[in-house]
Ligand binder design. Sequence first.
Ligand code: NAP
Length: 266
Amino acid sequence: MKTKHKLFAIFGNPVSHSISPLMHNYALQGLGIDGCYTRYQLHEGTQLREKFLALKLSGINITVPHKEAAFAACDEIRGIAREIEAVNTIVHEKGKLIGYNTDAPGFLKSAQLFGEINAVTILGAGGTAKALAAIFRENGTDVTVINRSEKRLHYFSERDYRAMAWESYVTHTSDLIVNTTSAGLQDDALPAPEALLEDLFSHAKYAIDVIYNKETPFMKKAKKQGLPVKDGSEMLLYQGVIAFNHFFGNTLHEEEITGFMRQAFI
Ligand SMILES: NC(=O)c1ccc[n+]([C@@H]2O[C@H](COP(=O)([O-])OP(=O)(O)OC[C@H]3O[C@@H](n4cnc5c(N)ncnc54)[C@H](OP(=O)(O)O)[C@@H]3O)[C@@H](O)[C@H]2O)c1
């Protein structure tokens, strides 16, 4: 494929830990595309648009804490990002900044590799939970959200999702249980009381933790109850694959990009 030299980056703060440059550079090299993907530590989200244009970038990914600022910086928002109001991919298209969210479809792809998901239960009610609830609803999946406290659940009940705080938990059946809380990220905490989790797992088929590169207490517990379990690395892989394809006008084959990007996880 012939293109003129293109420069891409990930914007975030912090950004040094990001595996995205490795993933995207493997794909660029593997596909023989003349381009390079780097990282940029952005302190102020309000500077995102100015920096993007000044650096003459063809596309960027955006990580914590700038996904809402990225949404605001775009000329046009496409797909599920309109509903989520958070953007993790921007493409420079004919002088305009086009924003997408590929975290949500990346997660959906990873979940569907387990099997058909007709009902999902999401633990946590933050940014990731909103994104996943939106993509599952769009996909026709029944969504339940469980959170430690009431406050953040209002967003979900206002949008007619089934929303429960720990105290108001009711037994229900779900194909998939997802942990989107940060419990287990830097501690050994479970994302909900043990008895609640036991009940959830005993009425479910699969479990995914969006945390990656470690086996969290949530994953250990699900495994112990006999559920097939995944961490968030596959979500990370597929959000990158979908973003990379957006960078090139969705003209590439996802399987091919996936093959090259997987090398970043070895
Ligand atoms: N794999 C990937 O590609 C990927 C992509 C995006 C994010 N992530 C991960 O997703 C996680 C969440 O990110 P986010 O931006 O959605 O977070 P967030 O907006 O800060 O939301 C955090 C949620 O977790 C709950 N929570 C926090 N600590 C808890 C604990 N000890 N027990 C129970 N609930 C707890 C909070 O409950 P309260 O409302 O009660 O405070 C809140 O609902 C992070 O670990 C992040 O690394 C992974």
